[in-house]
Design a protein around this ligand. Structure first.
Ligand code: PEP
Ligand code: MG
Length: 742
């Protein structure tokens, strides 16, 4: 039968004629009186596209809802139904126009491709009989051939105008915003699903030999991965690899593939057939652990397919200019391998706001949405996609009205960007003449061009841990020194404030052993770890002293909770300085040491603090999460309390008042400074230096230049002293009344 089908695929006939011939061939081969093909449309109805045995008039007229009748049930559950008496089945739905009442036995299988149901293939007989295991297998194999036809564009001609096949229907998915922005473009799969086009074997023995060779190669590659020590240290990877190894040696899996080859399929088609079963099981599996393992098995099958087809990697030259990259997950280095100029957006099935790939995507300014479940199964390479990294939505094959709306949105954003660009060389001075230091937060080399582009006055926070997070192993002193030197070079005369390593807690380094903590944000992190393991901090200080030789060095310490911790950190700097001096190394002309204020306990040690430090920097992200006792990474509580309320604003005001009284420079470098309204409030309570995400410089500068900060202060400061709570509404009203650009 497969041979005959192959011939049919190649015949120069119309799409309808081909389908008609296919149902005839299947019916006669399976000695069935009926064979019908139902194709899933974009409106979730299964339309009868061809039949042998049922009434011809019903073709393209008869249809069933997904989940309705036997055919709808098969499509929904992605499972075959084999029934001696179809009419006795509770799901049976009678379609009078087809004349099917005289047929009793029924065998239907889903037409699957890449985990998606494209249609249903059915055979029926008058007599009450149960189809054999071999017949079910044969029909499933035939369904794979049909899947190729449906996935091609041939059948589009048979679809009513205004309607489309399910395979091409628009989809709207929701995920989590990882990196802000909007991207319109065309899908590129990071690890493309291989489409097996050669389905039918010329010679079964040859295929068996190919399969065995590929399985051997697969096992060797998994073993190699397992012996690589750098991967072994990461606990999570190991679990996945162990699962890979288990599956790679699973005799049941290999036997099922071999059986499929014996029915006449090529080795790759056989792998795909077994993979279809795995995917159908995956769809129904509710236990997350088992679903993950099925995912692993699916990944392994993909590897096997790649070996068989000899696929290597995506050819960059074939990447569309407006690529939207889709992946289950990826490492930061993999993302950097793509030419970021051509990437419009990134969509991940996994990914979290603090994952490394997210950090890199943000640094590259690539709109990213993560935790978009099931997207890989829905997208075909080249599909039109819109990624809305402002709302967390992803539109696959968007209808024209959605696309139009987004084109407008992008245009609007571009116009605003253009306005901000024009502000670049204008001073960041308020309308009433107060200069504001507008700095940016950075952490990777790719951030550096933004400093100049944004027209910032320097780097207010350089997160040194990012280099550690994207690396495979601990960056050595030389590597650290080189990065710091490049940062200082890129900044030229502008000041750069480095922050010492802020790892631990949720910022884990894959190559560093860590213990599970109940409350990682309150755990062994940042300066706490640095003081307990002085080797790390010492190396970093030395790298910085070298890098800043002959210039200014500014370093601050994160998570200081008690002023004595700052004393100890400063003593370490002094020691390193003396050490280098003794060995005749050049030193920075000036060393300025500061503290991040992000632990509430410091609020009642401000007097002691300002006596000691050269500067202060408020980490409002952490300070607010601790003030509110609300986890900044937990979507359920992160936005529950408003920073623009008297409680937190009074705390922030106390800091700036004390710092000013002692002439200690103070900057605020948390996300609060990136939002124009919040930044306005900060200026209103006395801050004159703020550090923000590079993309925020434009909007915040527009606010600054339109603000009469004197007027704001004379209203806000007395207001703060009054017994009251929320201030957001009043701040917005102030901005509106005073024409402040938000
Ligand atoms: C902060 O806590 O506000 C801060 C700037 O540091 P991070 O976001 O890196 O914790
Ligand atoms: Mg912090």
């Amino acid at each position: 039968m497969l041979r005959r089908l192959r011939e049919l695929m190649a015949e120069p006939v119309t799409a309808q004629e081909r389908l008609d011939k296919i149902v005839k061939t299947i019916a006669s081969n399976m000695v069935a009186e009926v064979c019908s093909i139902y194709v899933l449309r974009g409106d979730s109805r299964l339309e009868l596209f061809a039949t042998e045995g049922l009434k011809r008039e019903a073709v393209h007229k008869s249809s069933l809802e997904l989940g309705e009748g036997l055919v709808g049930t098969i499509a929904e559950e992605a499972e075959p139904l084999n029934l001696p008496n179809a009419q006795a089945h509770p799901a049976f739905a009678y379609l009078p126009e087809t004349g099917e009442e005289i047929y009793h036995s029924f065998l239907g299988v889903p037409v699957l491709r890449g985990g998606q149901t494209l249609g249903v293939l059915v055979v029926q007989n008058r007599t009450q009989r149960t189809y054999s295991e071999e017949e079910v297998e044969a029909l499933q194999t035939t369904a794979m051939v049909l899947a190729e036809i449906i996935a091609g564009d041939e059948l589009d001609a048979l679809v009513e105008p205004g309607e489309n096949l399910a395979l091409r229907r628009p989809q709207h998915l929701a995920g989590r915003i990882l990196s802000e922005g909007i991207g319109l473009g065309h899908a590129v799969l990071h690890e493309p699903r291989l489409v097996v086009t050669s389905l039918i074997a010329e010679d079964v023995d040859t295929e068996l030999v190919r399969l065995d060779a590929a399985l051997d190669q697969l096992r060797t590659s998994v073993e190699n991965l397992l012996t690589r020590s750098d991967i072994l240290r990461a606990g999570e990877h190991r679990e996945v690899l162990e699962a890979y190894r288990m599956f790679a040696y699973d005799q049941g899996w290999a036997a099922r593939i071999r059986e499929a080859v014996q029915t006449g399929l090529t080795a790759e088609a056989a792998v795909e057939k077994v993979q279809n079963d795995t995917r159908a099981r995956m769809l129904r599996q509710t236990d997350p652990y088992l679903r993950d393992r099925l995912h692993d098995l699916d990944d392994l099958a993909n590897r096997l397919l790649r070996t068989l087809v000899g696929f290597d990697h995506i050819d960059e030259a074939e990447m569309p200019k407006d690529a939207i990259l889709i992946a289950r997950n990826m490492g930061p280095a993999e993302l950097l391998d793509y030419d970021s100029g051509g990437l419009r957006a990134l969509v991940l099935e996994e990914g979290t706001p603090t994952s490394h790939v997210t950090i890199v995507a943000r640094a590259l300014g690539i709109a990213t949405v993560g935790q978009v479940e099931g997207i890989l199964d829905l997208v075909n390479p080249g599909d039109a996609i819109i990624v809305d990294g402002l709302s967390g939505e992803v539109h696959v094959r968007p209808p024209s009205d959605v696309e139009f709306a987004y084109v407008e949105k992008v245009r609007f954003r571009a116009r605003r960007q253009e306005q901000y660009r024009k502000l670049r060389d204008k001073p960041a001075t308020t309308r009433d003449g107060t200069p504001i230091a507008m700095l940016v937060n950075a952490g990777l080399l790719v951030d550096l061009p933004h400093v100049a582009e944004a027209g910032a006055a320097g780097i207010g926070l350089f997160r040194t841990e990012l280099q550690f997070m994207v690396a495979e192993t601990f960056p050595r002193m030389r590597e650290q020194q080189m990065l710091y030197r490049s940062v200082l070079d890129a900044a030229g005369d502008l000041p750069v404030t480095f922050r010492s390593l802020d790892v631990g807690g949720d910022k884990v380094l894959p190559y560093m052993r860590s213990t599970q903590e109940e409350n990682p944000a309150l755990g062994w992190r940042a300066i706490r770890m640095a003081l307990d393991r002085p080797g790390l901090l010492r190396t970093q200080i030395r790298a910085l002293l070298h890098a800043a030789a002959g210039g200014d060095m500014r370093l601050m310490f994160p998570m200081i909770t008690d002023v004595s911790e700052f004393d100890r950190a400063r003593a370490m700097v002094e020691r390193e300085k003396r050490h280098l001096e003794r060995h005749g190394h050049a030193l920075p002309d000036q060393i300025l040491l500061g503290t991040m204020v992000e632990v509430p306990a410091l609020l009642w040690q401000l007097e002691e603090l300002v006596e000691r430090v050269d500067f202060l920097s408020i980490g409002s992200n952490d300070l607010l999460q601790f003030l509110f006792a609300a986890d900044r990474a937990n979507a359920q509580v992160a936005d529950r309390f408003d920073a623009l309320s008297s409680g937190p604003l009074r705390a922030l005001r106390d800091i700036v008042v004390t710092a000013d009284a002692h002439d200690v420079p103070v900057t605020l470098c948390g996300e609060l400074a990136s939002d124009p309204l919040s930044a306005m409030a900060l200026l209103g309570i006395g801050y004159r230096s703020i550090s923000m995400a590079p993309a925020a410089v434009g909007p915040v500068k527009a606010m600054v230049r339109s603000l009469d900060v004197g007027a704001l202060q004379s209203w806000l400061i007395p207001e703060l002293a009054k017994p009251r709570s929320g201030l957001r509404k009043d701040l917005i009203a102030f901005a509106e009344d005073h024409d402040v650009q938000l």
